[in-house]
Structure formats: structure tokens, C-alpha cells
Design a protein around this ligand. Structure first.
Ligand SMILES: [Zn+2]
Length: 301
């Protein structure tokens, strides 16, 4: 996918990491409190990768202090804000409409209310409002909300819990590459379930550590490891139980290749362009082995 990429921090960050030698290590799982153990195969000088001995959730702890990468993201947005709003992740609104239309066959009509959690500059909200949705977006980044609000209404600074949205008020909640940033993912998913109307759906995507793109090809340069504030690296085995425990029914799971959509991916593999790369990604896509983990789940009536 060409177009606006909100994760455009790579240029600002590359080469500026400062290793913090005495960073205290996280010792227990943020979800189940069991012990965390190092993952032998994934050892990096500036990133500690640990895995919960009970639930298997992989935790990431950065041992370096990257500069404020949002500055680069903001620069990119300000270069062409109108273009960014027009291009950014518009396929998401089509995805939502497609899946809700399928479920609505013979079912009750759901209100066209959408919430994008971690909406950044609000491109999804902008697009959804163009298509007649009463769309809202929340993001803890106040600058992103302020910039985006010049183009669309419905953007709110702060976290989801602070907004006071009434329970059952949304037919669609979008969390696109957001859950891996949230320290208490289980509590956040429980909040999402409350906000969904019966029959409403959660559209969620995170990086997929189980893909060979992550652990074999890109490794430390993989977007799941490279993004400075990722706290977790999910796999289907660790993500799906969280969604189900929140009270949602998983409808579909797919693993798209996202390494080609997001910046990142240096080294010999990242340098491999053109036909070879397209061919390899094509095979991985066909095998459903991509490095994105896309889950659509439903709140049962
Ligand atoms: Zn655990």
C-alpha cells in the first residue's frame, strides 16, 4: 500500500539509540503476573525480549533511549496533511462496512457509530464521516488530535476510559496497531466489549511475531521490535485468549504481510527489492504467514 504511513519514525531514530546499561528488568507478566524468561533465540543488545512462562505472552523492554520519534511523524504529516487524511488507512472503513454488512443479513440494523482507538491524526474517522458514520477517534497524543482536528470533527485527546462514551454505543471499534502499546491490554479489551453494541465488532490488527518475516528475516529491524514504544509482541496463541476472555467471539483471523506497508526492514533482506521480495511476500501471503495479525471479533447479542 502506498500513501501515508503514520509510523514514519525510522529516519529520525536510526543510529541515535543510546544503550541504558542499568535499565531495571521487568520480571513478571503484565497480564497473568507469572515469571518472565528470556527468549534465547531473540537476544539483542538494546531490546530485552522475554516470554511469560505461564501464558506465553512475549514482552518487550527497550534498553535504549530513542529520541522523540513522533517529531518525524509530525513533520511528514505537516508536509501534506490533506493528502495524509485522504490516503491514510482508508481501506479500514471499507473493511468495517464489508463485515458489518455481511452480519446484518437477517439481523438487526446497527447504528453507524464507529470508534477508532489510537486514531493518530484521525484519517479513519475523516473517511468514515465522509461515508456517513458518526465516527469518533481517541488518541493519547494531543498534538496528533489537534492537527487532525483541523480536518475532521470527532477526535478526542486522552485514553478511551476518559471519554465517558455510553456502554453499547458503537457498532464498530477499530484498534489498528494499538494494543501492543497498551500496558494493560486485558482491561482495555474489556472496555471495548462494554462500548460495543450487541452484534457490534472489534477490528484489530497487531504485528505477528509468529511470522518468519519477524523472527527469521527481519529480526531486530522488524517493525514489531523496532517501534520504540511496543510493549508486547503477540502471536495468535497469546492474542486470541485475551480477546475471548474480554467476552468477544473471534470471527476471523488472518495474517497479512505488513512489512511492505510500514517502514523498516533493513539488513540484507530489507535491501532485497523488486521481484525477489515481491515473490517471497507473495508466497508468505498465500500461506497466511504474514507479519500482521488481523482479528475480527463480535460481541454476541
Ligand atoms: Zn502471562
Amino acid at each position: 500500500m502506498d500513501g501515508f504511513v503514520p509510523w514514519g519514525f525510522r529516519d529520525a531514530w536510526a543510529g541515535h539509540a543510546v544503550i541504558v546499561k542499568d535499565a531495571p528488568s521487568l520480571s513478571s507478566c503484565r497480564v497473568c503476573s507469572a515469571r518472565l524468561a528470556r527468549v534465547p533465540f531473540l537476544r539483542f543488545p538494546d531490546l530485552r525480549v522475554t516470554r511469560c512462562v505461564r501464558c506465553g505472552l512475549v514482552h518487550l523492554q527497550r534498553l535504549s533511549q530513542p529520541p522523540d520519534y513522533f517529531a518525524a511523524v509530525l513533520d511528514r504529516f505537516r508536509t501534506d496533511p490533506g493528502g495524509a487524511m485522504e490516503d491514510g488507512h482508508h481501506y479500514l472503513v471499507e473493511l468495517v462496512e464489508h463485515h458489518l454488512a455481511l452480519s446484518a443479513l437477517g439481523g438487526p440494523d446497527l447504528p453507524r457509530r464507529l470508534l477508532d482507538i489510537g486514531c493518530s491524526f484521525g484519517a479513519v474517522v475523516y473517511r468514515a464521516r465522509q461515508k456517513g458514520w458518526d465516527a469518533h477517534g481517541v488518541d493519547t497524543n494531543e498534538v496528533a488530535i489537534r492537527e487532525g482536528s483541523r480536518f475532521t470533527s470527532g477526535l478526542h485527546a486522552g485514553d478511551c476510559a476518559a471519554q465517558g462514551f455510553p456502554p453499547g454505543s458503537f457498532s464498530a471499534v477499530v484498534m489498528w496497531h494499538v494494543l501492543e502499546h497498551i500496558p494493560e491490554p486485558e482491561q482495555e479489551l474489556a472496555r471495548v466489549t462494554k462500548l460495543l453494541a450487541p452484534g457490534g465488532k472489534l477490528f484489530l490488527e497487531v504485528p505477528n511475531l509468529a511470522s518468519p518475516i519477524a523472527w527469521l528475516l527481519y529480526r531486530r529491524r522488524w517493525l514489531g521490535f523496532e517501534t520504540p514504544d511496543h510493549l508486547f509482541a503477540f502471536t495468535a496463541r497469546t492474542l486470541l485468549p485475551l480477546i475471548e476472555r474480554a467476552g468477544l467471539t473471534v470471527e476471523s483471523v488472518s495474517r497479512p504481510v505488513i512489512a511492505s506497508e510500514f517502514p523498516g526492514g533493513g539488513g540484507w533482506w530489507g535491501g532485497l527489492k523488486g521481484l525477489a521480495r515481491r515473490l517471497a511476500f507473495g508466497i508468505l501471503r498465500r500461506l497466511d504467514w504474514g507479519d500482521g495479525l488481523r482479528v475480527i471479533s463480535r460481541k454476541d447479542p
